[in-house]
Ligand binder design. Structure first.
Ligand SMILES: [Zn+2]
Length: 414
């Protein structure tokens, strides 16, 4: 019996999750344009073999590079050779992974625990249970992922037919704080309608559709195989590398700057626009709201950024008639967010202020769907934990982000 148990343990660990022991994250902060160019050159050289958690953007903005033990020395030598100072920002990624989940926590609250991370199956079940329990909530099945998981939304409505606010989370699999924050906010909307006049106003003004986890396959894979997986799980013809970056697969200005044709890249833009089944089914489903959508937000982490179009170009002078209104509203929203716990956010134009990324969600919301207020948000943190935000921070992320949503959701959004 003992031998059988030992065997079972061995079999279980043979298919275990990828271990990130010895993986470090190096941070480089380019001090001037010349250093920025040198980091860009290094990025172009290493992009397919090294995971850039934060790619080069602007002078004084950090570049975060995760390196495994095999490549660590080579990358460090290469940085030094190029005269680029770096700090070891995360000493051991596996330690952060081990610490993100609170193993000895006890759920003292009855029902679903909004302060811990949940599996793909649990999130799917949550949508069903939430809709059954809450009178304002309806379960919506949008379609299927590549691996035939259901992509679901919750609709929160007090009845009638109103303009629509659409919010999505989890398009990048490893950004766990995003689905957790989506569920937290959906719960606030549904359960404080009777007690919070501001929430009542939000739900009486708009019909809310929230997709907690869009990239359901990738998310499941971050639990079962590789915590740092980003893309979907669709195979690529003629390559061993799996996955499309769904946030480079939208049809607006698809295939341009900041998206890769290389199937092994973490920013691979896919075979054609909307070739990723997850964005394809959501795109089809969103057509019913044509001309009737007031706000579109795609939530990611990390970086604490609230950004508006254009994302596909770094040229600030590209015509974009709504940038002043988008900027004003985003600044009001982030001011309310910051008032909670002093979490500071940067507000700006996605491409010019950060880095160009074509075929991404905020341009799709604005350019394809025609939604005036279209944003992409990078939630906590600034890199100390990166994608491995400890569960103890979920609630505060939910509280502060919901304050921003209150500003937007009580605005006429004209
Ligand atoms: Zn992301």
């Amino acid at each position: 019996m003992k031998l059988l148990c030992a065997l079972l343990v061995f079999v279980a660990s043979a298919s275990a999750v990828k271990n990130y022991a010895g993986y470090q994250v190096l941070r480089v902060v380019p001090q001037d344009m010349e250093q920025l160019q040198r980091v860009h050159d290094l990025y172009n050289l290493l992009e397919d073999t090294v995971d850039f958690w934060k790619e080069p953007t602007k002078v004084n903005r950090p570049v975060d590079i995760m390196i495994g033990p095999n490549l660590a020395e080579d990358v460090k030598i290469e940085l030094s050779r190029r005269g680029l100072d770096f700090s070891i920002f995360v000493e051991d990624v596996q330690t952060n992974i081990d610490n993100e989940r609170c193993t000895d926590c006890v759920n003292t609250k009855a029902g679903f625990d909004y302060t811990v991370y949940h599996t793909s199956d649990e999130i799917s079940q949550w949508v069903t249970d939430f809709a059954n329990e809450q009178p304002l909530v309806t379960e919506i099945t949008i379609g299927e992922s590549y691996e035939k998981r259901l992509i679901k939304a919750v609709k929160i409505s007090s009845g009638g037919s109103k303009r629509v606010i659409y919010i999505q989370g989890g398009i990048h699999a490893r950004e766990w704080i995003s689905p957790a924050t989506m569920m937290y906010m959906a719960n606030q909307l549904a359960t404080t309608y009777d007690t919070d006049p501001e929430v009542k106003l939000m739900v009486d003004m708009y019909d809310w559709y929230i997709v907690p986890s869009l990239n359901v396959d990738g998310y499941a894979y971050t639990w079962s195989n590789d915590r740092m997986w980003r893309k979907n799980r669709q195979p690529n013809d003629g390559s061993f590398c799996v996955g499309t970056d769904l946030n480079r697969n939208y049809p607006y200005e698809w295939g341009g700057t900041g998206a890769s044709p290389n199937k092994c890249s973490d920013t691979y833009f896919g075979a054609t626009p909307l070739s990723g089944p997850e964005v394809f089914v959501v795109h089809n489903w969103l057509q019913q709201f044509s001309g009737n959508m007031a706000l579109f937000i795609d939530f990611h982490n990390y970086g604490q950024l609230w950004l508006y179009p254009w994302g596909y170009t770094g040229n600030r002078n590209t015509p974009q008639p709504d940038k002043t209104d988008q900027d004003t509203l985003a600044k009001a929203a982030t001011a309310a967010l910051e008032a909670q716990f002093r979490t500071s956010y940067f507000v700006g134009m996605s491409g010019p202020d950060m880095y160009p990324a074509s075929g991404a969600s905020e341009d799709y919301g604005y350019g394809t769907l025609g939604v005036k207020y279209s944003y992409v948000v990078e939630l906590r943190d600034e890199g100390r934990y990166g994608f491995n935000i400890p569960e103890s921070m979920i609630e505060n992320s939910g509280i502060e982000t919901f304050e921003a949503l209150k500003v937007l959701g009580t605005d006429p959004l004209n």
